[in-house]
Design a protein around this ligand. Structure first.
Ligand SMILES: [Zn+2]
Length: 253
């Protein structure tokens, strides 16, 4: 009796036993279904997950060995979201985190290239390296990299390059999709700038892009205008809005 009472709570009730065997069966069926998914398709699915969340892809990797194996593919690392990693970590990175970021670099993850470009340019330490990193991110159509490239051209101090920046910025804003993405990238950049010492001397001279003398400017605030490009009729004014936004985002200046 004592022996039996000790086992109360340990023995699996019949209903749960049948549930548990059903769960095992389902897991086996699922595993064999996953095995049947073509590897390229699985890698593509995992890339989409990686793109939206590092935590989700990490959990997916832990869920089964096929996911784990496929998630190690270069393509997945190239699409990996780095939103959970600070641009400038407050604490030293663990060996595991360091290895993860190194693999992202090796796989030419555009976000990591973009971040390096931003750091190199805004700290003013390695402007040449900034351009090469941004170019690599641009090759993967990274909208943030295109935006920062425009900013670099606008602040270059060279009239021709500035004009290129104005044109490129206007070209980029023609697409509604890009404008929506740009809004996110602007805010992300602002947050990144808060974390670093912005010391590039090129940023001390605020350029002016609109040279029109007629009274074409809208009376609305520039913050509204920056979000609603349909209200900006002049490419120069549009670039000036971006310059003003950036200048106001620079924490130390
Ligand atoms: Zn104008």
């Amino acid at each position: 009796m004592v022996k039996d009472s000790k086992n109360v709570g340990r023995a699996t009730p019949a209903i749960l036993r049948s549930q548990s065997s059903k769960t095992t069966e389902r897991a086996v069926v699922m595993a064999s279904n996953i095995e049947n998914i073509p590897r390229e398709l699985l890698v593509e699915i995992l890339s989409r997950i990686a793109e939206s969340s590092f935590t989700d892809i990490h959990n997916a990797k832990l869920s089964c060995k096929y996911f784990h194996e496929a998630a190690e593919d270069t393509h997945v690392y190239r699409h990996m979201s780095l939103d959970d990693f600070s641009l400038v970590p407050w604490n030293p990175l663990s060996e595991k985190q360091q290895a993860f970021l190194t693999k992202c670099k090796e796989c030419q993850n555009p976000e990591i290239m973009y971040r390096q470009g931003v750091l190199d340019y805004f700290t003013g330490k390695r402007p040449e390296s900034a351009l090469s990193h941004l170019q690599r991110a641009l090759n993967a159509n990274h909208i943030g990299a295109l935006y920062v490239t425009c900013i670099i051209l606008l602040f270059s101090g060279d009239d021709e390059l500035k004009a290129d920046g104005v044109r490129l910025m206007a070209e980029m804003k023609k697409s509604k999709y890009v404008r929506r993405k740009l809004k996110e990238h602007r805010e992300k950049l602002k947050n990144m700038l808060r974390l670093m010492w912005v010391e590039n001397p090129a940023l001390r001279h605020r350029p002016v892009c609109c040279t029109r003398q007629d009274n074409h400017r809208r009376k609305r605030g520039w913050v509204d205008i920056i979000d609603d490009e349909e209200d900006v009729h002049c490419e120069g004014c549009s670039a000036d809005c971006e310059i003003r936004f950036l200048a106001d985002s620079l924490p130390q200046w």
